[in-house]
Design a protein around this ligand. Structure first.
Ligand SMILES: *[C@@H]1O[C@H](CO)[C@@H](O)[C@H](O)[C@H]1NC(C)=O
Ligand SMILES: *[C@@H]1O[C@H](CO)[C@@H](O)[C@H](O)[C@H]1NC(C)=O
Ligand SMILES: *[C@@H]1O[C@H](CO)[C@@H](O)[C@H](O)[C@H]1NC(C)=O
Ligand SMILES: *[C@@H]1O[C@H](CO)[C@@H](O)[C@H](O)[C@H]1NC(C)=O
Ligand SMILES: *[C@@H]1O[C@H](CO)[C@@H](O)[C@H](O)[C@H]1NC(C)=O
Ligand SMILES: *[C@@H]1O[C@H](CO)[C@@H](O)[C@H](O)[C@H]1NC(C)=O
Ligand SMILES: *[C@@H]1O[C@H](CO)[C@@H](O)[C@H](O)[C@H]1NC(C)=O
Ligand SMILES: *[C@@H]1O[C@H](CO)[C@@H](O)[C@H](O)[C@H]1NC(C)=O
Ligand SMILES: *[C@@H]1O[C@H](CO)[C@@H](O)[C@H](O)[C@H]1NC(C)=O
Ligand SMILES: *[C@@H]1O[C@H](CO)[C@@H](O)[C@H](O)[C@H]1NC(C)=O
Length: 492
C-alpha cells in the first residue's frame, strides 16, 4: 500500500523534502472556492462555490448535498484507507444553519475541523461531530500544535492492516497571525521583498487596480512588512509540524512508503501594484502556490516543468490509491501519470474568480461607495463585486501568456506576455495581434462551458468583450481526466 499525507493551506518554508515541482497554480485565488476545488478536483464553475459566504455556497447545504458527497475522501474510504482531517476546512464550516458541528463530511474516519475561518486560539472544533471549545493557553490550545499532536495519536492508533491518509490544514500563515510564544521575536530584520511590481502602479489595469495610492504611504508599508514577518513567524510552527510528522513516519518505517504533499490554497501579495495585503487578483503572485511532493518514485530535486493545478490534487491522490480515474468526475488530472510529465497534455487552463463586496459603504472609509471589500489598511480596497474575471493561462514550451476578461461595466480585458514581462507590468491588449485575442476569447468560452456532466449548453456571448464573435454555438462538453471533450452540436 501507499500511504498519503497531505497538509494544505500552509505555504512555503519546508526544507526537508526532495521537491517536485516548486510551483503550481490555483484555479481561483480565494480560500473557500480553492479548497472546494482541492476537495472535488473541479473548477469553480463546476463545484459552484463562488465565494467565502454561505450564499456563495461555501459549506452550504447544496454543497453538502452535491459536490461534498463526491469529494475525494469518499473514494479513499472505499479503498479502505483510514482517513484523518484536522484544522481549517471551509470558511463557513460548522455554522448552525448548515448542520452545526454535527455535520461531518463523508469519507473521514477522524474529524477535527475548525468551526469558521482561521483562528489560533479561542476556537471551536468539531471533533467527530461534537463541539470542543478551546481557550488561549499555548500548551493546551495552540491550533498548529494541536493538529500535529492529534495526527501523531491517529498514527499510533491506526490499524497496520490498511493504508492511511491524513490531511493537516493549519490556518497558518493566515491572519490573525499569532505566532507561538517562542517565535514571536523571530525575523525582526525581515521585510517583504521589494522586487517585481512592488509599489509600482499597474499600467492599463482593471478598475480596482487604478484605485490604490501610489507610492504607498509609510503606514501601508509598515503594515505589510509587519504582516510579512508575522506570517513567517506562524510558519515556524508549521515547520515543526512537518519535522515531527516526518520523524514519526520514519520511526514507523513508513517514510519511504508515504507520499507527502505540501501546498496551499492561494497565493498572497504584500505591496505588489501598491495593494498592501491580500489575494483575490489574477496576477502570478496570487495564483501561484507552492507544491512540494516527496514519495515513492519521486527523485530528489526533480522539478516538473508542466503546470500543475490545485484541481489536480484530488485525481493525483486517487490515482495513487488505485482508483480508476475514468470512473471519477474531475476536471483535473493526475500529475503522476506519464501524460503530464512531458508537459504537453495541458498547454492552457482556466482561472476563475467571483469578486466579493459589501452592499454598504465601509464606515471606516466613508469616501468610498458601496460594492467594495477588504479596504484596509489606508482604505485601499482589495476586492469588489465587479472584480469578477475569468482567464486563460497559456503555459508551454513556446508560450507564456495570460488573457483575462472582467464582468464589469467596461468589459475590461487584460493580456500579459510573461515571457517578456514576468511581473505583468504592461497590459498588451491594445498591441497584440487581434487574431490571438480572438483565439483566447474562444478558448475561454470553451473552457468555461466545459462541465462535469454532458449537457446541452447554450452559450450567451453577450458579455464577451472582444467583439469578434457574433454567432452563438450550441455545445456539448464534459471533462474527462483533465481533457475537455468539446462537441459543437450546432451553430445558431
Ligand atoms: C450553489 O450550488 C448549487 C448546486 O450545488 C447551484 O445550483 C447554485 O446555483 C449555486 N449558487 C451560486 C450562488 O452559485
Ligand atoms: C481569548 O478569549 C478571552 C476571553 O474572551 C480573552 O480574554 C483573550 O484575550 C482571548 N485570547 C486571544 C489570543 O484572543
Ligand atoms: C502537543 O504535544 C506536546 C508534546 O506532548 C505538548 O508539549 C504540547 O503542549 C501539545 N500542544 C497542544 C496544543 O496540544
Ligand atoms: C517614510 O519612510 C521613509 C523611509 O523610511 C522616510 O525617509 C520618510 O521620511 C517617511 N515619510 C514620512 C512621511 O514619514
Ligand atoms: C538538491 O538541491 C540542493 C540545492 O541545490 C542541494 O543542496 C542538494 O544537495 C540537492 N540534493 C540532491 C539529493 O541532489
Ligand atoms: C477504468 O474504467 C473504465 C470505464 O469504466 C474502463 O473502461 C477501464 O477498463 C477501466 N480501467 C481499468 C484499468 O480498470
Ligand atoms: C507526451 O505524452 C503523451 C501521452 O503519453 C504522448 O501521446 C505524447 O506524444 C508525448 N509528447 C512528447 C512530446 O513526448
Ligand atoms: C457571495 O455570493 C453570493 C451569491 O452570488 C452573493 O449573494 C453574496 O453577496 C456574495 N458575498 C460577498 C461577500 O460578496
Ligand atoms: C466597479 O464597482 C464600483 C463599486 O460599485 C463602481 O464604483 C465602479 O464604477 C465599477 N467599475 C466598473 C469598471 O464596473
Ligand atoms: C512574447 O514575448 C516574446 C519575447 O519577447 C516574443 O518572442 C513573443 O512573440 C511574444 N508573444 C506575443 C504573443 O506577443
Amino acid at each position: 500500500f501507499h500511504h498519503l499525507l497531505s497538509p494544505f493551506c500552509s505555504p512555503a518554508l519546508v526544507f526537508l523534502f526532495s521537491l517536485l515541482p516548486p510551483v503550481k497554480f490555483t484555479v481561483t485565488p480565494l480560500c473557500c472556492p480553492s479548497r472546494s476545488s482541492i476537495l472535488t478536483g473541479r473548477y469553480p464553475h463546476n463545484h459552484e462555490v463562488r465565494n467565502n459566504s454561505l450564499t456563495g455556497n461555501c459549506s452550504s447545504a447544496l454543497w453538502q448535498k452535491g459536490p461534498e458527497a463526491e469529494a475525494f475522501p469518499i473514494y479513499l474510504s472505499k479503498q479502505k484507507y483510514q482517513t484523518f482531517f484536522a484544522g481549517k476546512y471551509l470558511n463557513q464550516y460548522g455554522k448552525k444553519e448548515v448542520g452545526d458541528v454535527a455535520h461531518v463530511p463523508p469519507g473521514w474516519d477522524q474529524w477535527h475541523a475548525l468551526v469558521g475561518n482561521s483562528q489560533y486560539y479561542n476556537y471551536t472544533l468539531s471533533v467527530n461531530g461534537k463541539a470542543e471549545k478551546h481557550g488561549d493557553s499555548y500548551e493546551k490550545d495552540y491550533l498548529t500544535d494541536l493538529i500535529v499532536n492529534r495526527s501523531l495519536r491517529f498514527l499510533d492508533d491506526r490499524s497496520p492492516q490498511h493504508p492511511f491518509f491524513l490531511m493537516l490544514s493549519p490556518p497558518a500563515p493566515h491572519s490573525p497571525w499569532m505566532a507561538a510564544p517562542q517565535y514571536q521575536k523571530m525575523f525582526s530584520d525581515v521585510q517583504a521583498p521589494r522586487d517585481g511590481s512592488f509599489n509600482k502602479l499597474g499600467k492599463d489595469k482593471h478598475w480596482l487596480l487604478r484605485q490604490p495610492v501610489n507610492p504607498m504611504p509609510n503606514s501601508s508599508i509598515n503594515f505589510l512588512d509587519d504582516a510579512y514577518r508575522k506570517r513567517w513567524q506562524t510558519l515556524l510552527s508549521v515547520d515543526d509540524m512537518v519535522e515531527m510528522l516526518v520523524k514519526k513516519l520514519d520511526s514507523m518505517k513508513e517514510l519511504d512508503n508515504t507520499y507527502i504533499f505540501y501546498t496551499s490554497d492561494n497565493g498572497y501579495h504584500t505591496g505588489q501594484f501598491s495593494l498592501p495585503i491580500d489575494k483575490r487578483q489574477l496576477y502570478e503572485f496570487d495564483i501561484r502556490i507552492p507544491l512540494m511532493v516527496r514519495g515513492p518514485g519521486i527523485k530528489p530535486n526533480q522539478t516538473l516543468q508542466a503546470p500543475v493545478l490545485n484541481i489536480d490534487l484530488a485525481p493525483t491522490i486517487l490515482d495513487i490509491s488505485g482508483v480508476n480515474l475514468s470512473t471519477v468526475n474531475v476536471d483535473g488530472q493526475s500529475f503522476l501519470a506519464p501524460s503530464l510529465r512531458n508537459g504537453t497534455a495541458r498547454p492552457f487552463f482556466l482561472v476563475e474568480y467571483t469578486g466579493e463586496g459589501h452592499p454598504t459603504t465601509d464606515p471606516a472609509c466613508p469616501k468610498l461607495g458601496p460594492g467594495l471589500s477588504q479596504c484596509f489598511p489606508d482604505c485601499v480596497c482589495e476586492d469588489a463585486y465587479n472584480n469578477t474575471y475569468a482567464c486563460v493561462r497559456t503555459l508551454d514550451s513556446k508560450n507564456n501568456l495570460q488573457y483575462c476578461e472582467f464582468a464589469d461595466s467596461e468589459s475590461f480585458v487584460e493580456v500579459y506576455n510573461l515571457t517578456s514581462d514576468p511581473h505583468q507590468l504592461e497590459n498588451i491588449v491594445k498591441k497584440v495581434d487581434p487574431t490571438i485575442l480572438q483565439a483566447m476569447n474562444q478558448r475561454l468560452i470553451k473552457l468555461q462551458s466545459c462541465s462535469r456532466t454532458l449537457k446541452r449548453y447554450l452559450l450567451s456571448l453577450s458579455i464577451r468583450s472582444s467583439g469578434s464573435i457574433t454567432s452563438m454555438y450550441r455545445v456539448g462538453s464534459r471533462w474527462m481526466n483533465g481533457v475537455c471533450l468539446y462537441e459543437l452540436l450546432s451553430q445558431v
